[in-house]
Design a protein around this ligand. Structure first.
Ligand code: G3P
Length: 222
């Protein structure tokens, strides 16, 4: 299972990369523009920081097949390996997913709102499928749709990886990990909500207090 961060915030990426095992970073145009930085700066920060085995995902912005394919080539050339282009599953995008795969580019099909869209993108060769779990919940049960997608891929032996995205709660992430999702991309706020529990801090304070009271010091050995 790959756990990725859905953010372009380099400080949060560095912080979380120390705390948990980060398989990669996903961005999209909204995330990049919200950073308040120039896209060139975001690209440079991410390419400089990520280890070669950590994956990086940037999204196309053009809406014509020709423009999208040009952007796909440029995005995949940003790093020697493990860089993927995110392509929305519009009609133009579906066409470009096929073309990009024929050129051997790494492709993530994005802006997916249904298991059917995802399955068709997988048939076009997409390496990753990103269903927008929370947004799908506006149209029904997003988690259930993703579970259905996993079953479709398994039954049909299509080996695209599902990277569930657009999370707003720890419960959504939890349910999909428990069900065997291949990958998730999670915004830092939801990662911290998964990581932190007030009980842990209280327990540590309790242990420290007992130790200092008995041994008069705060470390294991004197
Ligand atoms: O990676 C896709 C994701 O960023 C969309 O998330 O929060 O805009 O629904 P959101």
């Amino acid at each position: 299972m790959e756990f990725m961060l859905d953010t372009a915030d380099i400080n949060q990426i560095k912080q979380l990369d120390k705390l948990i095992t980060v398989a990669g970073v996903t961005t999209n145009p909204t995330i990049i523009t919200a950073s308040g930085k120039r896209v060139e700066t975001v690209i440079e920060e991410l390419c400089d920081y990520l280890a070669p085995n950590q994956k990086l995902f940037f999204q196309t912005v053009s809406q014509t097949p020709e423009g999208m394919l040009d952007e796909a080539r440029a995005i995949c050339a940003l790093r020697p390996q493990n860089t993927y282009v995110k392509i929305p599953v519009t009609h133009a995008g579906m066409q470009v997913i096929k073309a990009a795969k024929q050129e051997g580019l790494g492709v993530l099909a994005t802006a997916i709102y249904s298991a059917d869209q995802a399955f068709l993108a997988a048939m076009n060769g997409a390496d990753y499928l990103a269903p927008y779990v929370n947004r799908m919940c506006n149209y029904g049960d997003g988690v259930a749709q993703v579970l259905d997608l996993l079953a479709m891929l398994e039954k049909q032996q299509v080996d695209a990886r599902v990277i569930a995205a657009s999370f707003k709660s720890t419960d959504q992430v939890h349910r999909l990990i428990a069900a065997g999702i291949h990958a998730v991309t999670v915004p830092p706020a939801v990662v911290f909500a998964m990581l932190d529990h007030p009980g842990t801090e209280l327990a540590v304070q309790e242990f420290s207090a007992a130790w200092s009271k008995s041994f008069g010091r705060e470390s294991f050995s004197a």
